[in-house]
Design a protein around this ligand. Structure first.
Ligand code: NAP
Length: 251
């Protein structure tokens, strides 16, 4: 990680924040690219106060110009983009069956969770091709591999992320660029708090029981997988969608 530059979309909170903190601890320079400027600025301060290198760039993954700015700032301040964690995402909640979703919400989910990952990759890959090196990890989900009643836009977006990941892995395999995804099970983050499952004991137990390990995952457990995929230890790993899910998908 020393001398490496890591760009993290959705890096102000939850899983992205943990990846930022752990990469910074290992000596990387971090570009936190998130729509949330209060938490993003706070995290930048936290990393710099601990002796690390970080900058926050307010970024909306639904806008190409915003992502281009984030890349420009990364190159201007730190000189490269070696690793990217395309992680920004939103939840739909469990808002109804497929036909019950409002079109606006469906399209917004796709715009942030799927098109946002594609836009991020588009500009990261431009830089990585010039560098002739780079590693991208996209944050998909267990719901990128199976369906879930009442979550059709989320499932559709995350299945799309895995398709993008595999396709780009094939395309850039001989150009020094690896592209993988992680597929977390349910992880304790503000996203789960927002959909009410952390504080509601009954819902939490139901969710925990869906994982054979009978608990939710932590941001740290996903981060460990992301850092391994970034590392040269994973030099022969590309095009994979790695499950970090307490056995959820093994059933
Ligand atoms: P989180 O704590 O809500 O973090 C997501 C971050 O992304 C937030 O800071 C959010 O800002 C930001 N964001 C939202 N829209 C954005 C946009 N248009 N442009 C840039 N940043 C944006 O959620 P998390 O649970 O860590 O989720 C991170 C990723 O993991 C998501 O892709 C999610 O689908 C995936 N995931 C999560 C779980 C889970 O159980 N938590 C499981 C599997 C996969 P705001 O807070 O201001 O919206």
């Amino acid at each position: 990680m020393q001398e490496k530059v890591v760009l993290i979309t959705g890096g102000s909170s939850g899983i992205g924040k943990q990846v930022a903190l752990d990469c910074a601890k290992k000596g990387a320079a971090i570009v936190i690219a998130d729509i949330d400027d209060i938490e993003g600025s706070r995290l930048q301060f936290e990393i710099i106060s601990a002796g690390g290198r970080a900058l926050f760039q307010q970024t909306d993954v639904t806008m190409s110009s915003s992502l281009q700015d984030a890349i420009r700032v990364a190159l201007g301040s730190f000189g490269s983009v070696d690793y990217a964690f395309n992680n920004a995402g939103i939840e739909s909640g469990f808002a109804g069956f497929t036909a019950d979703y409002e079109e606006d919400l469906f399209l917004k989910m796709i715009d942030v969770n799927l098109s946002g990952v594609w836009r991020s990759m588009k500009y990261e890959l431009e830089v990585m091709q010039e560098q002739k090196s780079g590693v991208i990890v996209n944050n998909a989900s267990i719901l990128g591999k199976v369906g879930h009643k009442t979550a059709s836009p989320y499932c559709a977006s995350k299945h799309g992320v895995i398709g993008l990941t595999k396709t780009a892995a094939l395309e850039y395999a001989t150009k020094g660029i690896r592209v993988n995804a992680v597929c977390p099970g349910y992880i304790e983050t503000p996203m789960l708090e927002r959909i009410g499952v952390i504080d509601d004991e009954q819902q939490r137990t139901t969710l925990e029981n869906m994982h054979p390990v009978k608990r939710l995952g932590s941001c740290k457990e996903v981060t460990n997988a992301v850092l391994w995929l970034f590392s040269d230890e994973a030099s022969f790993v590309t095009g994979t969608a790695m499950e970090v899910d307490g056995g959820y998908l093994a059933r």
